[in-house]
Design a protein around this ligand. Structure first.
Ligand SMILES: Nc1nc2c(ncn2[C@@H]2O[C@H](COP(=O)(O)OP(=O)(O)OP(=O)(O)O)[C@@H](O)[C@H]2O)c(=O)[nH]1
Ligand SMILES: [Mg+2]
Length: 189
């Protein structure tokens, strides 16, 4: 029997949510990006205003349904649209600037209450060099919000990195949901 598993990407504007879904989706991703009209335009040409959507087959008829929410807190209401049946959440952080921790703080401030009961992974994107300090600061921040989640560096443009995030979510889910057991990345198509 086929099953669909719903996963969500959240994170500050420019953290790489749209990029992740485009990198891993095996259907042409649905995007709702428009030209930036605020200060974000200095950093990137477009921003997501409704959601991103992609899909990834994980063997047989089973599929991951991948949703990305806009980075701005004012779009938080979109969470209600994807909430039902959500199995796990990836939190993207833009690790390329001095504001990385602030970006994570803003995301947690907006969504900590919503993701508290869900398997969670934190993905540090765009890191130029490995940063123990950033890792420590992110851990401390998670602590402050009473959240527990693995934190790992990714390149949002690399499919293998995103698949690894999903595998981690599945490990966290183990025993809590009817996920196909033992699927390694090599089996995902
Ligand atoms: N160098 C580098 N650039 C990246 C990486 N991931 C994303 N980018 C770039 O960063 C910019 C922002 O990425 P998006 O995927 O649009 O970010 P987003 O989180 O969807 O942003 P919003 O929709 O505005 O919330 C784009 O220009 C990407 O090409 C990465 O791993 N490394
Ligand atoms: Mg986007």
């Amino acid at each position: 029997m086929s099953a669909s598993h719903k996963l969500l990407f959240i994170g500050e504007p420019g953290a790489g949510k749209t990029t992740c879904i485009a990198a891993v989706s095996d259907i042409p991703p649905v995007t709702t990006d428009v030209g930036c009209t605020d200060e974000l335009a200095l950093r990137k040409p477009t921003t997501t205003v409704a959601f991103d959507y992609g899909e990834l087959g994980i063997g047989g008829e089973d599929r991951l349904l991948l949703y990305g929410l806009p980075g701005q807190a004012r779009f938080k209401f979109m969470f209600d649209i994807v909430r039902e049946g959500l199995l796990g959440v990836v939190v993207l952080v833009d690790g390329s600037t001095e504001f990385a921790v602030q970006g994570l703080r803003e995301t947690l401030e907006t969504y900590a209450g919503e993701v508290r009961e869900l398997p969670l992974v934190i993905a540090l994107n765009k890191l130029t060099t490995p940063s123990e300090t950033l890792l420590r600061q992110c851990r401390a921040l998670l602590d402050q919000y009473g959240l527990v989640a693995p934190i790992l560096p990714v390149d949002a443009r690399r499919r293998a990195d995103i698949v690894r995030l999903f595998e981690l979510l599945f490990i966290l889910l183990d025993g809590e949901a009817d996920i196909p057991a033992g699927r390694g990345a090599s089996q995902w198509h």
